[in-house]
Design a protein around this ligand. Sequence first.
Ligand code: NAP
Length: 265
Amino acid sequence: MNILVLGGTTEASAIARGLAGNPAFRPVLSLAGRTRAPMLPAIPARRGGFGGVAGLVRYLREHRVDVLVDATHPFAAQMSGHARLAAEAAGVALLAVIRPEWLPQAGDAWVGVPDMAAAAAALGARPRRVFLTVGQQELAPFAAAPWHEYLIRSVEPPDPGALPPGARCIAARGPFEAGAERRLLEAERIEVVVTKNSGGAATAGKLAAARALGLPVVMVARPAAVAGPAVAEPAVANAAEALAWLRDHVARQEAARQGAARRGV
Ligand code: NAP
């Protein structure tokens, strides 16, 4: 079974590792190419966009993809929309891996906002020391609030042109443990944390640290789906469930093939 895994997430890497070496599957991992030195599992990988929905349909057909696994980041709404449209157009099965959102717990002081511009506005008019962990692509709105002192953490250093003046950057890849996050927030005298609601355990340590220190968290909500049919595709919450779904799918396809062969179809 030919499987295309749309990745850039820990889930996609775990699915790739789980499929590697299994003769029932011929998987390929697709990365957007945002990270210059990605951690690549032991399956074939490709990098870069497909060229919109039409390009993805072409890829699915040319490579005879049987199942498209959308394990993109929860904020990669455009790619997920393209996956839905292209899978439908090419008649390819689609499985979505949707990491559960973080939910506030007792003691949390979250300020929910719909997007990055609202996150920058939510920091207010008084200068504050801000821990900004929203990735490297969407920093421009914070340059419009230059009176805050920003400590920015991202997997790779952001483009210096996109930074608020005086911002300091840490390039680091998770997982980040709560104790170390607390020590960082204390050492930097951080007053407020800004994050996307990415979900998952790897980067949840900062939320526990903020809770323990009584710090507010500006939480950017996930984007709504941008395109695609309204009918929900099968969805699972993590890599283990995705692998189980794929094993079931291959067994169902094989049973159907044997049934058809018996009937002489
Ligand atoms: P996006 O806005 O959904 O996608 C933009 C375009 O990038 C897509 O239309 C597609 O180009 C290409 N693309 C995205 N994922 C791809 C994949 N797995 N394989 C091949 N091409 C891919 O997503 P984004 O620009 O990557 O990121 C949007 C948000 O997600 C940001 O908040 C970012 O921080 C977060 N995020 C993304 C990743 C990642 O690996 N992509 C990882 C962590 C966080 P074509 O239309 O040309 O096919």
